[in-house]
Design a protein around this ligand. Sequence first.
Ligand code: UDP
Length: 256
Amino acid sequence: MDKSKIFDISIDNITKEEAVNMAVSRIEADIFTIVVTPNAEIIKKCIDDENVKKAITSAHMILPDGDGTLWAAKELGVPLKEKVAGVEFGKNLIKEAAKKGFKLFLLGGKPGVAEKAAENLKKEYPNLSICGFSDGYFGKSGIESDKMIKKINDSKADILYVCLGAPAQEIWVHENREKLSSVKLVACLGGSLDIYAGTVKRAPALFVKLKLEWFWRLLKQPTRIGRMMNIPKFMIYVKKYKKQMKKESRGIANES
Ligand code: UDP
């Protein structure tokens, strides 16, 4: 698989279509797969927190979500074909799951959200098999977590969507991956169930086109401001890193 490195994270240089095709072929070949979709906020967390970095980099598919990720790739001169938003990837894979008969378990969101998402998705894709759902407010370790794993295993799901917010969802999946017995593909998809349920609206097309999806999320959820401060911090980090790289390559050129 073609990868592009942003700091220590090897991100898949892949289109939306290629991402779904790859996910489907891995499910069909019964190759256990974890999918994560890091945006700038998460990449910044990987720089600051070794545990987050381990959870993200141990995934099998690392999709470039967020305009910040694409911007950083451009700044650092590494190729990324296009943005692969988790919410869109999730929807495209559901379309294929409905055709191929893969069973899906939805985990996350406030009580009622996963159920409403399941109801909406079934309306849109009547052939889709949703074998279970649960809200995301359970203990992320110990008995409650093990009970949740048992519920997922008993459902015999092929695909599991984990929507607990980043990076909690990636860490929970990383810590529990060995316990998942039937699941072939786990996708960590943040607030996607809220979008499928209709409790949160995705940014209008114009915001997406103008690369202002982050601004829409901030308008809708002003409490995100704290965590979103990671975006300018990430941009400063990228700029400094680029400057350092230039300085070092000039140094090497002068030596030779
Ligand atoms: N959430 C959850 N369990 C928790 C904390 C959060 O299921 O313990 C859900 C929350 O209800 C929301 C999602 O996780 O549906 C986080 O959405 P957000 O848009 O913040 O995703 P992110 O940007 O972190 O990927």
